[in-house]
Design a protein around this ligand. Sequence first.
Ligand SMILES: [Zn+2]
Length: 207
Amino acid sequence: MLIDHLTAPSPVRPMPLFPEGLLVRRCFDCGDLGFEVTVEGEYKECWRKKMGAEHNEASPAGLVLSRSVADLVRRKVTIEPHLFYVARQLAAGTSEKPVERDRLIEGNFTFSKSPMRLFHRAIETLRSVWLLPVGSRKESPDGYWIITDAEDFAAWVARARSAPITQLTTIHRVARRNFPLFAEQLELEFWRDLGPQNTEVPQCSIS
Ligand SMILES: [Zn+2]
């Protein structure tokens, strides 16, 4: 038909040199985090990324971990390499696919006489000192991961508050650091729980 002849042919696009979506190999130096922690506990930027090598961006959980470690450096808190290895494994988990507790214990704590206790202490330190939103769930899919969205965090807080696995102060500090809007909501709940007679400010705000 005539109309076909009048339509301009679609322009042929040259093949891009680096097509978008092409997989970049996972960085062997930093596992795509963009940094590592040396055995001496020092923060070190990934040398490959620094040199401008092709490098993936960190995952959302990786970014949360990166912010937490940068904060430790700023607060001059010693970074315990062992804790960092555990945190890095947690960053590989998600709410849908958490890292199983036994795997974490077998991979990191069997050197100790009481691996379970040491494991729980590590998770507690990651929450209370590193201010990492470490999610945990006993029901399937059970395990541990680093929380990256507010909804998931709210669900974890509901679980954590019903079973005293984590102190309210820690929950609040982690919320303030990572999910400030949710922290405000928690503060409102504190006020409501305190009732109209009590006008004292809840003692849980630590910057
Ligand atoms: Zn790297």
